[in-house]
Design a protein around this ligand. Structure first.
Ligand code: HEC
Length: 114
């Protein structure tokens, strides 16, 4: 049986996705580890685009202010900011994970500012 085993191929991405679910399910996540943040962030890219640079109707979160991003996540989670999906998603993350996500997306390239 032939197996695609290239680095970064769909097979690896599927593995990474599984690892992410495990990482989130356990508490052994080191929030300051940007590599961990990158893995956490993969749950966001389906909607917010690769590296948080959104292409469709979703807001781009790449390169936005770190404090702003973290506050939005907490506001979603605590029901302070109305949302269609983010209030549910935000509940899945601890405070350190939210900070790690915010730091990671803040460090991504943003489109030219208006
Ligand atoms: C299912 C699609 C989806 C996923 C997955 C998703 N988001 Fe969102 N996000 C949205 C939508 C839609 C909004 C607009 C608010 C709403 O309606 O929920 C939003 C809004 C936001 C905002 C506010 C942006 C602004 O400019 O104020 C932030 C921050 C954010 N998302 C972060 C994240 C992070 C971090 C993740 C991964 C943990 C994530 N999102 C995963 C769909 C998604």
């Amino acid at each position: 049986m032939q197996r695609t085993n290239r680095r970064g191929g769909p097979f690896q991405q599927a593995l990474a996705a599984n690892a992410l679910v495990l990482a989130v399910a356990t508490t052994g996540v080191h929030a300051q580890d940007m590599n961990t943040a990158r893995h956490l962030a993969q749950t966001c890219t389906n909607c917010h685009g690769t590296n948080g640079l959104s292409v469709g109707g979703m807001p781009s979160i790449a390169g936005q202010d770190r404090e702003y991003l973290a506050r939005q996540m907490r506001d979603f989670r605590d029901g302070k900011r109305p949302a269609t999906v983010m209030h549910q998603l935000a509940k899945g993350f601890t405070d350190p994970e939210i900070d790690a996500l915010a730091a990671w997306f803040a460090a991504q390239k943003s489109p030219a500012r208006r």
